[in-house]
Write a protein that binds this ligand. Structure first.
Ligand code: TAP
Length: 482
């Protein structure tokens, strides 16, 4: 139970203007899709229909790729880096100016709390454009493949997931444009609205037609992008299963790919860590964005001597999280993004109970409509349990224990994934030793889920390959690497 009640603090949805239906953004214009039936995007917190969305057919994808190719050949590849940078700066500034609109739209379409879209998703998306705008005229000095004349791939196909719709778009679009590529992007089926608003931003910024093309649709539309012979490089973020399919589909072709896939991050807590701050960090690690985070700290490894006390304090803190209306500025945990995802979380939590782990949830009241899941903790989890091995992608934490640093490393690395890890301890030497041993693309120390456009992000093993962000992220968008 919350320690005290908060009065409602609803954000206004009047700042967004959602059309009843949307076309595809091809060649700088919104156009009708050819022949396929539209689908609906709904608000996961209310199940209200927000808009009809076009489903792009392979023919529509072909038109988008052709528009991107024409824009690449005639305009974008001939433009100086300094001029490309001006467009990126303009987009970044418009994102800032329209930040509230983007935050509200993202919260309505995705279900995540307004305080997260307002304070994390939208500012970081703008920051990615600012950062890459700065690179556009300095690529010759970045030490990229191609030396002082790094060359873009050409037309890039980009497919993104639903958990950070605008932010994932920014991670993909900003480096592609900065390095001189044009692109065709597909947002996830359940969260197309901020990508479509971004298309308006491209118009507002006078971006040359065809440089950015946005096609909506489901998996088949993504596959049409991947399979299209006019695509030079694929940038994909999503599940490991689909990532493997993409790798198979492009094997033997000249297409390049970067894959940002799933994770099962270990958050490792030693007995000398400041306990209350660490509880906050662990909560941020897994309950931020309803746990729909590829690099979430979904496995807590806690030193045996403090495990009982730590779990007790963690549960007490989880009892104070406010779960509910994501448009309320006080809400900590919003709605699960879709019924399908809620079903996946529910099924995996059932396996946790069936395999004998000890189940606890916060017991909070949930709204009648929409898709919801209470913050959940499993203790007594064994390495072999599915909830210790598989990505749940929801607000569910699996707690395991360890006695020595060596055991913590062995357990943390015992996963097919390799995306993220966290270490909580007062000892600097232990942090450095652990970070060296952990097989994860990013390791946070005494913090978790910190993102910055200057810092490369990505995984290895089944978490994918390639980096996004920083100078390393630029490499994926020029010829000669990856
Ligand atoms: P996926 O089902 O893999 O979907 C990702 C995107 O791929 C969506 O746009 C999806 O379209 C599309 N897609 C589906 N089938 C496809 C196919 N055969 N060919 C091409 N594209 C296809 O993942 P998800 O459920 O949206 O996202 C959750 C997963 O993404 C988690 O495993 C999470 O860890 C991972 N993720 C990773 C990262 C990083 S940075 N590593 C970041 C965020 C998420 P529809 O949505 O229309 O089906």
């Amino acid at each position: 139970m919350p320690t005290f009640e908060y009065a409602p603090a609803p954000e206004s949805r009047a700042v967004v203007d959602i059309a009843s239906s949307y076309g595809l953004f091809i060649g700088g214009e919104f156009v009708e899709a050819t022949g396929t039936k539209p689908f609906k995007t709904i608000s996961p917190s209310t199940e209200e229909v927000l808009a009809d969305i076009s489903e792009a057919s392979p023919g529509d994808v072909d038109a988008a790729v052709k528009a991107a190719r024409t824009a690449y050949t005639r305009v974008w590849s001939r433009m100086s880096g300094a001029d490309r940078g001006k467009y990126l700066f303009r987009i970044a500034r418009i994102l800032q100016e329209r930040a509230r609109e983007f935050a509200v739209l993202e919260t309505l379409d995705n279900g995540k709390p307004i305080k997260e879209t307002r304070d994390v998703d939208v500012p970081l998306a703008a920051a990615h454009f600012f950062y890459h705008a700065g690179w556009a005229d300095k690529l010759a000095y970045a030490g990229l493949p191609g030396g002082t004349d790094p060359r873009p791939h050409g037309v890039v196909g980009q497919v993104i997931p639903w958990n950070f719709p605008l932010l994932m778009l920014a991670w993909k679009v900003a480096p592609a444009l900065a390095t001189g590529n044009t692109l065709v992007l597909k947002p996830a089926e359940t969260t197309p609205l901020t990508a479509l608003l971004f298309a308006e931003v491209c118009q507002q910024a006078d971006l040359p037609p065809g440089v950015v093309n946005i096609v909506t649709g489901a998996g088949a539309t993504g596959q049409a992008i991947v399979d299209h012979p006019g695509i030079d490089k694929i940038a994909f973020t999503g599940s490991t299963g689909v990532g493997k399919m993409i790798a198979r589909a492009i094997a033997g072709t000249r297409k390049k790919a970067t894959l940002e896939l799933g994770g099962k991050g270990a958050n490792i807590v030693f007995d000398d860590a400041p306990i209350d701050q660490t509880v906050e960090g662990v909560v941020r690690g897994i309950f931020f964005n309803q746990g729909h985070v590829c690099c979430a700290g979904s496995r807590l490894l806690v030193q045996e001597s403090i495990a009982e006390e730590f779990t007790k304090r963690l549960q007490r803190r989880l009892g104070t999280l406010r779960v509910g209306d994501p448009m309320d500025k006080n809400t900590d945990v919003g709605a699960i993004n879709s019924r399908a995802q809620l079903d996946r979380i529910t099924a995996l939590v059932e396996t946790g109970r069936a395999e004998g782990a000890s189940h606890w949830d916060s017991g909070c009241a949930l709204p009648d409509k929409g898709f919801w899941f209470r913050p959940t903790v499993f203790s007594g989890v064994a390495q072999t349990h599915r909830i210790a091995q598989e990505e749940i992608f929801g607000p569910v934490l699996s707690v395991l224990t360890f006695r020595t640093p060596g055991e913590a490393v062995a357990k943390a690395n015992n996963t097919p994934y390799g995306l993220s890890a966290g270490i909580w301890t007062e000892k600097g030497s232990r942090i450095l030793w652990m970070a060296d041993q952990l097989k994860a693309g990013v390791v946070w120390a005494n913090t978790f889920n910190q993102f910055d456009p200057t810092s490369p992000f990505g995984g290895y093993k089944e978490s994918g390959y390639g980096r996004e962000g920083g100078r390393h992220g630029l490499e994926a968008y020029v010829k000669g690497e990856i």
